[in-house]
Design a protein around this ligand. Structure first.
Ligand SMILES: NC(=O)c1ccc[n+]([C@@H]2O[C@H](COP(=O)([O-])OP(=O)(O)OC[C@H]3O[C@@H](n4cnc5c(N)ncnc54)[C@H](OP(=O)(O)O)[C@@H]3O)[C@@H](O)[C@H]2O)c1
Length: 288
């Protein structure tokens, strides 16, 4: 791909660029010389990222900040006007913004499911739709969509999030074929647990045990792997050994994975009503 279009010639839009993985990808792109529109809701955090990049030597003309709440159509319209004005066309869309939610589904109000889908799925899909005319005018255009290990194996305690990411996978898989007629390539990136404020920013957090200690992969490593996959025109990448193992085990030994995750759930939610059914309560307590 880079034979024909260098990173310096790349015009990119990165959603969720105010934090975590999106921020790391935007920074990496700018350092490679791409012209990048960074979006997120927090203007302050976007401006701080841009200022740091410019202090580090980036050309201010190539770092464009455009705040938007992607769940709001008027904001999306304004964002894409900015992208058209400043970039003219898009060679790379990084459709990354997303939120988590932890805790058991039956203890959550209905709005949790709606909110998670609103951002992770509907906003992502509408950003894709709005980007199509600009991507169609791009050079070797690519859309990178941020999936998750949860897009390939649902996890207990993350029902809403897993469902939203499975929806992302279905969307990507079907749209990839449809958009071949425009010459647009679509890549899904499934990062494992990465060291970002993802858990703090979750819309609801009722899990009893934190997985903060598992968040060891630096966002910069995810960014580097994601951009390598863009260069190689990969369809999908799954990062971290644990993540790949889980997806593989689930493909061949789904019942074993169910069993393992049931034990994990018992440790995280010792009073799990679903698991108590048919089991004496003290047995649940012993496992936890
Ligand atoms: N970290 C992980 O371990 C991990 C693992 C697998 C997948 N992922 C996926 O990676 C993506 C990024 O997550 P992260 O870890 O970088 O989390 P993060 O640090 O919390 O970043 C989330 C980003 O999404 C933006 N965002 C949230 N709601 C938005 C809205 N309504 N409109 C516009 N932007 C919005 C946030 O910006 P504002 O708050 O400024 O709006 C922020 O920039 C997500 O899709 C997530 O599902 C993360």
């Amino acid at each position: 791909m880079r034979d024909r279009r260098s990173w310096r010639q790349t015009r990119a839009l990165v959603t969720g660029a105010s934090s975590g993985l999106g921020r790391a990808i935007a920074e990496d792109l700018v350092r490679r010389g791409a012209k990048v529109v960074l979006t997120g809701r927090s203007l302050a955090r976007l401006e701080a990222t841009a200022a740091e990049l410019i202090r580090g030597g980036a050309d201010p003309e190539r770092v464009i900040v455009a705040p938007a709440d992607l769940t709001v159509q008027a904001d999306r319209d304004r964002l894409f006007e900015t992208v058209r004005d400043r970039l003219g066309a898009l060679d790379l869309l990084v459709n990354n913004a997303g939120v988590g939610a932890t805790g058991q589904f039956d203890t959550h109000d209905a709005w949790v499911l709606r909110r998670v889908f609103e951002i992770n799925f509907f906003a992502m899909a509408e950003v894709s739709r709005a980007a199509l005319p600009l991507l169609s005018e791009g050079v070797e255009p690519t859309m990178l969509v941020m999936g998750s290990i949860n897009a390939r194996r649902g996890l207990p305690g993350r029902v809403e999030y897993s469902a939203s990411k499975f929806a992302v996978s279905g969307f990507v898989e079907s749209l990839r074929i449809e958009w071949r007629r425009y010459g647009i390539h679509i890549l899904q990136v499934n990062p494992g647990f990465s060291a970002t404020p993802f858990d703090e920013n979750a819309v609801v957090k009722t899990a009893r045990v934190s997985v903060a200690d598992w968040r060891t992969t630096p966002p910069e490593a995810v960014a580097a792997a994601a951009l390598r996959a863009v260069e190689k025109k990969k369809r999908e990448i799954t990062l971290t050994g644990k993540g790949r193992l889980l997806v593989l085990a689930n493909r061949f030994l789904p019942r074993f994975v169910d069993w393992g995750l049931s034990r994990w759930l018992l440790r995280h939610f010792p009073d799990s009503p679903a698991l108590r059914r048919g089991k004496p309560r003290q047995q649940v307590g012993r496992v936890s």
